[in-house]
Design a protein around this ligand. Structure first.
Ligand code: FAD
Ligand code: N01
Length: 542
């Protein structure tokens, strides 16, 4: 059931200067955190840099933007009424529909009255004498709070490469994660797009249908599997809604917090014919299932090669010009970079108005006033699209001057990579929580359930502290160090760190290479429970 949005009043101009908690960000993380805090009777203020709720879905309005986790799973489960009443229209929702949903949630739970929009948190300082956080914003707010909760997003700090000549470009340029709200009309325009990760792969087919000509500047070819998006099947919806709560509970115990069944057999246990049938089945189903075709698809290089060979064959079949197809063939491990889902991505290269420009090894040389120079040639464009991704997981946090005990800066502590216990808390920074922080499954899980798991954990923790008269909680260094090792060891047992990817920061020049997300969602949830059952083992409470 949808309602018109933007109806709840927002929290501008209130005079309160002290809260139990300040929350940074009003994406799905910050919104649910606020709802949880209120439900527990805590006062809270949310600051959001954007003009409204939705986070990722507020900012990423590029053509073709949609989720790649089925909508019935990529949504909140904390309210049975909400999940029963909300009606998704497609299997994988568009950005506009997800944003409408975020607005509906904000209205339904009257969230906006505690959110101040268009306000960026610039500094958060822990005052040891009072055990309080002092939080400052670019709008001039100066407030104190016992708890500071960072729901600032894993993919909210954009990566815009410093291409020489960009300031002289005479056309218009856009980053996909800061897309104009009024949209962009590419009709009759020559467009260049840089980047073919999940974003580029969604945007390229749509822009190609509108632009006069599209040049795709590709540094690394990517694997992609058809999404096979469809209108939401009413029978499937009814089936799931008839047992929605149980469906969610089951999924919370499955890999990536999704309705994906863990495979039991390994690649070479079956005949080549059977393996082929299995891959065809995954391809026909579409979605993210290909990476779970066999139990060892993501851990054994030989096994992985059979998946990548299959996908490459599909690419060759889809692309008519063999020379273009050749350029589109990836040479890294399948699903080492975040797997992509597409609608007609490879087929788009059969269009006469699309040119693939291979910049492997050489990169973009410069942006000229009228185009892009690569491999010694200038490609004339009227508009440029940067689908160049994010300073993931740490970017938004490092953009804030966060000072813990002894005035230590979080970004100094993290100079060689993020150091957190469970991705929730960093030693030396009492009462600071991070929602889906580095060291938690976060981006390697269906993120809304991952957010809910963190918010529930933080909510329970705050309640526990209140009940026991505790003023401060902080991860201990003794717990943080082995957890960091555990995160690296778990990643090393997979092929996720077998190529350059943003999980380990290699997309941002100068960023330390440390694998940031924790690869085992199911094990992680159990570990968080165990920590609580053992009276917050690994944390010091006082
Ligand atoms: P965000 O949605 O990023 O919200 C964080 C908010 O914090 C932002 O609005 C930002 O403006 C604000 N903020 C940051 N710093 C400050 C500051 N200093 N002061 C004030 N405000 C600040 N995940 C999936 O599981 N499935 C998907 O299909 C999927 N699709 C995606 C598609 C795209 C295009 C992108 C970019 C990401 C996708 N993700 C997906 C990941 C997505 O980021 C998460 O699913 C989820 O929306 C994150 O919510 P969040 O609240 O944690 O962070
Ligand atoms: O970013 P990316 P994204 N010169 O970092 C290229 C989520 N998401 O926005 O591979 C030239 O993946 C870069 O090239 P290379 C999802 O978690 C989900 O696409 O580094 N090229 C690459 O091609 C995803 O993983 C959906 O060689 C440069 C591209 O830019 C995450 O967000 C949709 C360059 C960046 O790819 C990020 O995806 C969208 C340079 N200097 C996003 N710098 C769903 O469907 C970068 N590139 C769920």
């Amino acid at each position: 059931m949808t309602t018109p949005h933007n109806t709840t009043p927002q929290a501008n101009g209130t005079s309160a200067t002290h809260f139990d908690a300040v929350v940074v960000g009003a994406g799905f993380g910050g919104m649910y955190m606020l709802h949880k805090l209120r439900g527990l009777g805590f006062t809270a203020r949310v600051y959001e840099a954007g003009g409204d709720v939705g986070g990722t879905w507020y900012w990423n309005r590029y053509p073709g933007a949609r989720c790649d986790v089925p909508s019935l799973q990529y949504s909140y489960q904390f309210s049975e009424e909400l999940q029963q009443e909300w009606k998704w229209t497609e299997k994988y929702s568009t950005q506009t529909e997800i944003l409408r949903y975020a607005n509906h949630v904000a209205d339904r739970f009257q969230l906006r009255k505690d959110i101040q929009f268009n306000t960026r948190v610039t500094r958060a300082t822990f005052d040891e004498a009072t055990t309080m956080w002092r939080v400052e914003t670019d709008a001039g707010n100066r407030v104190t709070a016992r708890f500071c909760i960072m729901a600032s997003g894993c993919l909210s700090s954009k990566n815009t490469p410093n291409f020489p000549g960009l300031s002289d470009f005479q056309g218009q340029w856009f980053h996909t994660s800061n897309w104009p709200h009024e949209g962009v009309d590419f009709t009759g325009k020559r467009v260049g797009i840089i980047g073919n990760g999940s974003t580029g792969i969604q945007a390229i087919p749509v822009i190609a249908r509108q632009a006069e000509h599209l040049f795709v500047f590709q540094r690394t070819p990517q694997y992609s599997v058809p999404a096979r998006n469809t209108p939401l099947d009413p029978e499937e919806e009814a089936r799931i809604k008839a047992r929605y709560r149980d469906f969610r509970i089951q999924n919370n115990g499955k890999p990536f917090a999704q309705d994906l069944n863990p495979p039991t057999r390994t690649t070479f246990e079956v005949s080549e014919d059977e393996r082929r049938r299995r891959y065809e089945e995954c391809w026909e189903q579409g979605g993210l299932g290909m990476m779970l075709a066999y139990a060892d698809s993501g851990t054994n290089l030989e096994a992985n090669l059979t998946v990548s060979a299959f996908v490459k064959e599909k690419i060759k079949q889809a692309v008519k010009d063999p020379a273009v197809a050749e350029l589109l063939l990836p040479d890294h491990v399948y699903a080492c970079k975040r797997p992509c889902l597409d609608t007609d991505y490879f087929e788009t290269y059969n269009r006469p108005n699309v040119t693939l420009v291979d910049i492997r090894g050489t990169g973009i040389e410069r942006i000229t006033p009228r185009g892009v120079q690569a491999k010694g040639r200038e490609y004339p464009v009227d508009c440029l699209v940067f689908a160049t991704g994010f300073d993931a997981m740490t970017g938004a946090l490092n953009n804030i001057d966060i000072r813990g005990k002894g005035h230590q800066a979080l970004k100094d502590k993290w100079v060689e990579g993020p150091r957190c216990y469970l991705g929730l808390s960093s030693s030396g920074f009492p009462n600071l929580f991070i929602i889906t922080g580095p060291g938690s499954p976060s981006v390697l899980a269906n993120m809304i359930p991952a957010i809910e798991q963190h918010v529930n954990w933080v909510g329970d923790c705050l309640e526990y502290m209140r009940k026991h008269g505790l003023r401060a909680i902080e991860a201990t260094e003794e717990a943080e160090k082995p957890w960091l090792l555990q995160v690296q060891t778990a990643a090393n047992a997979t092929l996720w760190n077998a190529c350059d990817n943003w999980y380990q920061g290699s997309n941002v020049p100068g960023k330390p290479r440390v694998f940031m997300p924790y690869v085992d969602w199911v094990g992680y949830v159990a570990k968080c429970r165990e920590v609580v059952n053992n009276a917050y083992e690994g944390f010091s409470l006082r």
